[in-house]
Design a protein around this ligand. Sequence first.
Ligand SMILES: [Zn+2]
Length: 154
Amino acid sequence: MIPAEIRSVTETAPVDVLEAARRLGVQVFSAKLADKVSGVLLRDPSYGSQSGFVIFVDSDEPSYRQRFTAAHELGHFVLHRDAVGERNEDNYLLRSENMSNQQEVEANKFAAALLMPMDLIQKEMEQGNSTVSGLANTFGVSPTAMSIRLGLPT
Ligand SMILES: [Zn+2]
């Protein structure tokens, strides 16, 4: 699921999602977005990114959520960019209006795999970092996201 060109980015925690985007030719900006919009994947060559796509994440949201949103939008880029029109908007809670649920689930799975590689989690646990909050902190994600990743009830 994770493209080969960004696999090495997933070898250290916290995973550098901006570096992953850069390697895929996608620019990421943090900016004030419209109400209830957490992230946008935009096909707009005028920004001059290598892929022709840019991602905006809502600067008002906490950094762990901006990271997840960027990773989620990157998931849409990797998996669905041919299905994305000029613009795909995501709301953190109501992802999303113009994408099917299936694509939302896939983008979330991609984001989880990118930000929380299982083998890295395993290594952390072997070194005694085994609480949800400790792991969430190490990986720069919310405790809820980490719980889901670990298959724990949230
Ligand atoms: Zn989405």
